[in-house]
Design a binder for this molecule. Sequence first.
Ligand SMILES: Nc1nc2c(ncn2[C@@H]2O[C@H](COP(=O)(O)OP(=O)(O)OP(=O)(O)O)[C@@H](O)[C@H]2O)c(=O)[nH]1
Ligand SMILES: [Mg+2]
Length: 414
Amino acid sequence: MSGLPVELIVGIVVAVFVVVGGLVAFIKGRRRSDWDALDDSGPSELLPAEKAKASSTTAVSPKPKTPAEQNEGGVFKRLVAGLARTRGQVVERLDTLFSGGKKVDDALWQELEELLITSDVGVRATHGLLDRMKARAAKEELEDAARLRTILREEVLDVLNRRVTRLPMSGPDGTPLVVMVVGVNGAGKTTTIGKLAARATGQGKKVLIGAGDTFRAAAIEQVVVWGKRAGAEVVRHEAGSDPAAVSHDAVTAGLARGADLVIVDTAGRLHTKSDLMAELGKVHRVIKKVQPAAPHEVLLVLDSTNGQNAIAQAKQFAEAVGVTAIALTKLDGTARGGVIIAIAEELEIPVALIGIGEGMDDLRDFDPEAFVAALFDGDASALGRGSNSAAEAANDERRGIAAEEAVGSSSAQG
Ligand SMILES: Nc1nc2c(ncn2[C@@H]2O[C@H](COP(=O)(O)OP(=O)(O)OP(=O)(O)O)[C@@H](O)[C@H]2O)c(=O)[nH]1
Ligand SMILES: [Mg+2]
């Protein structure tokens, strides 16, 4: 080694450093590019962790249930309770009629006819039911009346199934569904609107209510309070102003604000007053001017305690504004639930909703199978009722809702 020149030794050392350094750089470079490669496909590589995180979050805190979902288990029980009076007055009388090994004879058919007519089933619907029941009894050569209970149940279900519909909660092509609500005084229009709005907002829909009953200031306040309860916007004008103008502004605002559902309240009116019925026609036309396909639904609210008069009301309202669906209210407070059979038999208009109490959660889609089951098979001991307005008012206190304050803060003058 001593024979080697110093320059050569220095050259070899430098060369070794360069080679080793190059090697290290190469290895480092490989690693870098490997990570770079991982980084390129980064999102998909990172997703599992994110996913795991996301799914664990879902598992830990599930989406809070809406009041309607929380009530899911008790829905049928509450329907049974809501129909308890009709069941008590009508179905239990039917049970007595059909029991005790009675013979199927003229006397029994007569008693059944009387019972159905006096239960608000209506003459036409009663005769239709009896004709079909008699035909089946003859075919089956029926002797014992007990089987007539099952036959009647099936025939009632058949009638109701012919006239049922569902109200959509949003309109076509991203436009709002516009529902105009009509009916006689005190039928339950505004309450039904409030319940419907609450249901829609509970499903994540944006809802706007037009306070189209400008007849009384209290009617506007009532809408505003329901708007607060339901989490819906309210478009209102001063008391005494033109209801068509409110409807115009409500539908315009619904379109501008991207609402899913616009519900227009109207003042209650006697179906026999032609000038008031003509006013409804004007509201209808004005809505159509703003949104040509609207109103998509004209919802007639009928009070079941009105019995057969509800049929006359429906005919007049249908003539004036082309009713598309019916909401039958107050089934909880009456034994006259049989009127729903008359409605299904005598009118061409389907039933969409039923009201079984005054509370926010006391509105149901009309489901003939559930209705008939609650009436004929429900457990009569499951009594109790949906919350009444006093309870709902007490809830308002808890919610911090007061009419005066609500009117001031949610005015949306158009
Ligand atoms: N028990 C019961 N009461 C109801 C139901 N629906 C409405 N009501 C009550 O009926 C009364 C009248 O209801 P509203 O909603 O104000 O009726 P409306 O048709 O808007 O009345 P007007 O605007 O005056 O024509 C109120 O006390 C409601 O709480 C129901 O399904 N069951
Ligand atoms: Mg009202």
